[in-house]
Design a protein around this ligand. Structure first.
Ligand code: DGT
Ligand code: CA
Ligand code: ZN
Length: 579
């Protein structure tokens, strides 16, 4: 299907026309046709072959010719001419939030801005605020957008990289001679963002493995290739390094490449203090250089007088001291998560029915799934009125009669309004199985007002879980200005939980904050915020964050069976009048 291609090129034509300041109707007609192409259920190539392109809404004779050309050649002359008429780097500006073709046109014509670097200089020098139609606020927003774009290029969210890495590993495992293959680096430690993908393998035929690696379909460019180390850039831009060692060296190499660097340094000091030498090739006796046999990382730790330390804890954040003292906490594992406490259905802005979600949850082995659709103030997400929530809960009760070992929980994600009041009446909230409350509007309140807003919502006693407590979107939106310490105190006082939102683009609370919350006596709750059954997979990311926060089953609501969970939450909400 070339439908997407045609749509993309038409969007580009529209952008270029607007940037050039040409007749706005012309640009609009290309955009409309692009939208029609996106929505088209039939194959545009077939339509072209049948001479039926004019049946597509918004496509007249001028556009018909261009579609034919694109289908046949992958581009069209009109677009090529337009591309030549403006600096190609100008289109990169469109990736910034709040920067559309009109702004680009203004920046180009008044300040001569041709690329991101020009724009950054102009914004830093305060020249944007002088331009009519831009102003100081826009200048600030553009600087912020430029900064976020830079961090995105350097570090990608865990959830955007992990699937690529796993797919790559799946095929590399099949290569003859491969004995061991593992993730390493920050990805294995489940850091929320990663700079690159580090892989380590042990193999009998390294050349064959390297050849498979560098010729993999996910690879866009080979940066370097050798028998022990190769480096590639994947489609989408992420770098991936593969290190291949002998089987004997594998545990030490894996340990070294997993890091963190700080953890490694502490381990090497510890080895030295015991007359040993630890490096990426193995563990050796200092006096005669003899190798100490270690078949796995566990044995290296044991030879250093330590229990195994799981990769998520290897940050030199107290794990070595705790290991030494025999006080490493038991950590939550995927199997310990009995249910997902934050999921959206097609009743609001999700795509799947309650039944589909329930079956997907059951297939994962969950005992429960909390359906928490949006409340009415969130109109963009088709939020539910109280009446609709009651109706939904009735459907849930009906469905629940089907299962012995599984339960949909009657939940809601109620909006915390600007003043800290809640978007549903107290009687509805008291009757729920699970109440998640979240901020979805007025993100730019000053820190005092934002903190007071959230604290008031928590003190209502009607929230079980504060959803995505800081509101950040990885790589796109900073946490809102908020006194998190005060929020943690308020949650502790109210007996409410804070969410670890496991959605790939949030991971909110983050590891260090979740750990602090737990230390202040607050329980945490894992929720994927899934808007489709596929979103349930993000739980693995949330578990990674929880482990990095040193959380065990006793620290997470998700390890409670449904009965205890619902009874505890409801009895706490009982008799609360609300904010
Ligand atoms: P990243 O890539 O920034 O997300 O984080 P990492 O931890 O994956 O860092 P990376 O890819 O530079 O290196 C992978 C591992 O290799 C790292 O976690 C520990 C080890 N490593 C790298 N450089 C050094 C070093 O200079 N000293 C020691 N001890 N270990 C290193
Ligand atoms: Ca790395
Ligand atoms: Zn939300």
């Amino acid at each position: 299907m070339k439908n997407r291609l045609v749509a993309q090129l038409f969007e580009e034509i529209a952008d270029l026309l607007e940037i050039k300041g040409e007749n706005p109707f012309k640009a609009r007609s290309y955009r409309r046709a692009a939208q029609a192409m996106e929505a088209l259920t039939r194959d545009v190539e077939e339509l072209a072959a049948q001479g039926a392109l004019l049946e597509i809404p918004g496509v007249g004779e001028a556009l018909e010719g261009k579609i034919r050309e694109i289908v046949a050649t992958g581009t069209c002359r009109y677009l090529e001419d337009l591309r030549r008429s403006v600096p190609p780097t100008l289109l990169e500006l469109l990736a910034l939030p709040g920067v559309g073709p009109k702004t680009v046109a203004t920046l180009y014509s008044t300040l001569g801005v041709q690329c991101l670097a020009d724009l950054e200089v102009a914004a830093r020098e305060g020249r944007l605020r002088e331009v009519r139609g831009l102003g100081a606020k826009k200048e600030q927003a553009i600087l912020e957008g430029l900064r976020m774009a830079k961090t995105r290029a350097e570090r990608a969210p865990l959830g955007s990289v992990l699937p690529l890495a796993l797919e790559l590993m799946e095929s590399l495992k099949q290569v003859p001679g491969v004995l061991k293959l593992s993730l390493a680096g920050s990805l294995r430690r489940c850091r929320e963002t990663v700079r690159d993908i580090d892989l380590v393998a042990a193999s009998d035929s390294p050349q064959e493995l390297m050849a498979a690696f560098t010729s993999h379909p996910l690879v866009a460019e080979v940066l370097s290739q050798g028998d022990t180390r190769s480096s590639v850039r994947l489609h989408g831009g992420r770098q991936c390094d593969l290190r291949v060692v002998g089987e004997e060296e594998f545990p030490a190499a894996l340990m070294y490449l997993t890091g963190s660097k700080e953890h490694n340094i502490r381990l090497r000091e510890r080895a030295r203090a015991r007359g040993l030498k630890l490096n990426e090739y193995g563990l050796f006796r200092e006096e005669d250089g003899a190798r100490l046999d270690a078949g796995a990382e566990e044995e290296i730790y044991r030879l250093l007088g330590l229990p195994f330390i799981t990769p998520e804890l290897r940050e030199d954040a107290g794990e070595l001291e705790a290991a030494e003292a025999g006080r490493l906490p038991p950590l939550i594992a995927a199997e310990g998560v009995l249910g997902d406490l934050h999921v959206h259905s097609a009743w609001s802005d999700g795509v799947d029915t309650l039944e589909t979600l329930a079956e997907a949850a059951r297939a994962r082995g969950y005992r429960y799934l909390a359906i928490c659709d949006h409340s009415r103030s969130l109109t963009v997400a088709r939020g539910l009125s109280p009446e609709r929530v009651w109706a939904q809960w009735e459907e849930i009760e009906g469905l629940n009669r089907r299962w012995q070992d599984f339960r949909l929980l009657r939940g809601t994600e109620v909006d915390i309004l600007k003043d800290g009041s809640l978007d549903h009446p107290a009687d509805l909230l008291r009757a729920a199985d699970v109440v998640v409350g979240s901020v979805h509007s007025h993100f730019r309140l000053d820190p005092e007002a934002m903190t007071a807003r959230v604290v008031r919502a928590l003190s209502s006693g009607l929230l079980d879980i504060l959803g995505h407590p800081t509101g950040r979107i990885l790589g796109y939106r900073e946490p809102y200005a908020l006194d998190l310490e005060a929020v943690i105190r308020a949650a502790a006082q109210a007996g409410a939980s804070l969410e670890i939102n496991a959605s790939a683009d949030r991971l909110d609370l983050k590891d260090a904050d979740a750990r602090r919350a737990r230390e202040a006596g607050v329980l945490l709750a894992l929720g994927t915020d899934a808007h489709s059954q596929a979103g349930l997979y993000d739980m693995a990311l949330g578990v990674g964050v929880a482990r990095r926060a040193w959380l065990g089953p006793q620290d997470l609501l998700n390890s409670w069976p449904a009965g205890r969970l619902v009874e505890t939450l409801r009895s706490r909400r009982k008799g609360q009048a609300g904010p």
